[in-house]
Design a protein around this ligand. Structure first.
Ligand code: NAP
Length: 249
């Protein structure tokens, strides 16, 4: 029997990379996308190979519709029918107050985090929904605890973008509930990845971890556990859920 196929966006580093490796270890066939860091993507391919898994990496900017269409067409041609989409690719920018931000930044943040998730969800639905002749499947959106914390003085734009991802998760779960597709979100808290360096604060997790009830940051592997479980067939009655992976924060 052919193993189910999962597509992880932004799978070259951080939470996405941990998801790629966990899914591969659990027997999924895995494809992942990355934006520009081919070296990091090759490292994940080599790590998967060491686990005995053959994963496929493709460059595609999720905020660019032509790239997203090419990504899904290539995955379909190379690997066949998709069973799960992990909308993980995301970014944030330098920490600052909202009154210091420019509109161009808001466009970049919403393009990558919101429109990227919408564009990939659309292509997945066209292939997985029973309404379109598909076999059903699962979509897992990687949101953030920022959507309910608001990220004051840091990145309210990013928090608001993740709020949009939460709303999309709830609406899409209902829209697709009779079409064989479950839609859920994982909302990570403070996780040790490169994303904090891109906000100009590489030590952010250790700086603020005393605010976490568990008194520590989380690992990408701990988030991947929740993502891969929600993508699997096990939670068959779970849809529209926003699952916090935050150490209680
Ligand atoms: P990361 O370490 O910075 O990795 C980001 C990944 O996304 C990389 O693979 C990157 O590709 C890819 N990516 C970024 N923009 C993209 C785009 N426009 N198109 C395609 N791929 C793109 O980030 P992370 O911390 O693992 O974050 C993963 C997800 O978790 C994001 O949605 C983030 O918002 C969310 N999250 C993270 C935390 C945290 O504390 N780390 C907390 C809450 C939520 P390249 O390697 O090519 O750059």
């Amino acid at each position: 029997m052919t193993q189910p196929l999962i597509l992880v966006t932004g799978g070259s580093r951080g939470i996405g990379a941990a998801t790629v490796l966990l899914a591969a270890a659990r027997g999924w066939r895995v494809a992942f996308s990355y934006k520009e860091n081919a070296e990091a993507a090759n490292t994940i391919i080599a790590q998967a190979k060491a686990l005995g898994a053959d994963v496929t990496a493709l460059q595609a900017d999720v905020s660019n519709e032509a790239d997203v269409i090419r990504l899904f067409e290539t995955v379909e041609q190379k690997l066949g029918a998709l069973s799960a989409l992990i909308n993980n690719a995301g970014m944030l920018e330098q920490q600052m107050r909202l009154d210091q931000m420019e509109v161009g930044r808001w466009q970049r943040v919403f393009s990558a985090n919101v429109f990227g998730s919408f564009l990939c969800a659309k292509q997945a639905i066209l292939r997985m929904s029973t309404r379109h002749g598909g076999q059903g499947g699962a979509i897992v959106n990687v949101s953030s605890a920022a959507s309910r914390l608001g990220s004051p003085n840091e990145f309210i734009d990013y928090a608001a973008a993740k709020g949009a991802v939460d709303s999309m998760t709830i609406g899409l779960a209902k829209e697709l509930a009779t079409e064989g597709i479950r839609v859920n979100a994982v909302r990570p808290g403070l996780i040790y990845t490169d994303i904090h360096a891109s906000a100009g604060d590489p030590g952010r997790v250790d700086r603020v971890k005393t605010g976490v009830p568990m008194q520590r940051g989380g690992t990408a592997e701990e988030v991947a556990e929740a993502i891969v479980w929600l993508a699997s067939a096990q939670p068959s009655y779970v849809t529209g859920t926003l699952m916090d992976v935050t150490g209680g924060r």
